[in-house]
Design a binder for this molecule. Sequence first.
Ligand code: COA
Length: 385
Amino acid sequence: MDVGIDRLGFYTPKKYIDIVELAQARDVDPNKFTIGIGQSKQAVPDIYQDAVTMAAEAANRVLDDDNRNEIGLVIVGTESSVDESKATSAFLMDLLDLPEDVRAFEIKEACYGATAGLQMAYNFVAMNPDKKALVIASDIARYGIKTPGEVTQGAGAVAMIVSQDPHILKLDNKSVYMSRNVGDFWRPTFSKTAFARGKFSNEIYVEFFTTLWKKFQAKYNVTAADFDTMLFHIPYTKMGMKALRTLEGQIPDDKYAELVDHYQKSIEFSRNVGNLYTGSLYLGLISYLVNGDAKANDNLMLFSYGSGAVGEIYSAKIVAGFDKYIDSDFIKKELNNRKKISVADYESIFSKELENGDTTALSTVHDKFYLSEIKENERLYKLTN
Ligand code: COA
């Protein structure tokens, strides 16, 4: 039985800043941010948005009257959740009108959470073929104003429905993984922003990729020639390239050139949105499927990495007719219709948040799902009509 991704939906906030303007405001050569880091725009979430509202927006794009009642598992991968106890998925139950006979919970392991969720969903569907799983990656990536990581911030969510006979991507059930206690990135419970040993995190990321790629090749007796495309976790678009570059000179030049060309297609959306943390790999997948020359039966290698750290490489195959199940025009239109705001306005939004007793001014809401109120320290959400 084939199991994999049947639907893919993406949401990012409607405001963004221009990375050249950010560089100018920080007195940095813009080429460092646009070429050295590889970013063009950065999504800025509104005060009424968080991991819950963005997860709801992305999931709302993949759920319909037919598949909603077949869902038996709801997993949200996030490292920017709003509650230390209640899972993001619990808030989604009524926002998305999900059936009650589901297991709904949250997974945290930095940017690896959604991959853990996807693999769990694979096993769930393999054991329960009449059921589907909803896996959502939702995050606001925040390092703080005037920090080295500021240029690698971003926000958004990716939702996936996992089912038998999937319409987009068949998972091969081939995977290698590793975990190690590493101090490359962390966010203590008291802090809204992350702490990172940035350059160390780059080194660990590349080391995990090279180790896992060796393991994957040995375990399944494959080489780069067996893959049409390699997709990477993309905290910023230069990062995946650092891993891919380790293959230069190790594989035939034309294969390397093809993989680099496909990588460029996979980073187009991330370049214009920024870091989605655990959704980044899956935004790369969407970007490749929408902007690349993906064909039926193409073999993909996917490298997932979450600081702290867990890494995994797995493989998958593109399903014929996949393009009918991703609304490419809608995604492109939404990205093009976003509003550019000034760096000063971004700084002002960054420093504000709803406090206990506050309600959201409805006139400022430009999305379907929003944080409406914080009452007795409980976050309450609503839908606009
Ligand atoms: N023109 C073009 N490129 C330039 C440049 C210029 N004027 N100035 C610098 N660069 C290049 C550097 O050569 C470097 O390229 P390289 O990485 O290929 O060597 C790149 O821009 C970044 O410069 P660097 O001095 O290393 O930047 P930094 O000290 O500001 O740190 C990060 C960059 C990514 C480490 C930092 O943004 C960070 O900590 N981010 C958060 C952590 C993270 O995202 N980790 C990812 C792993 S999951």
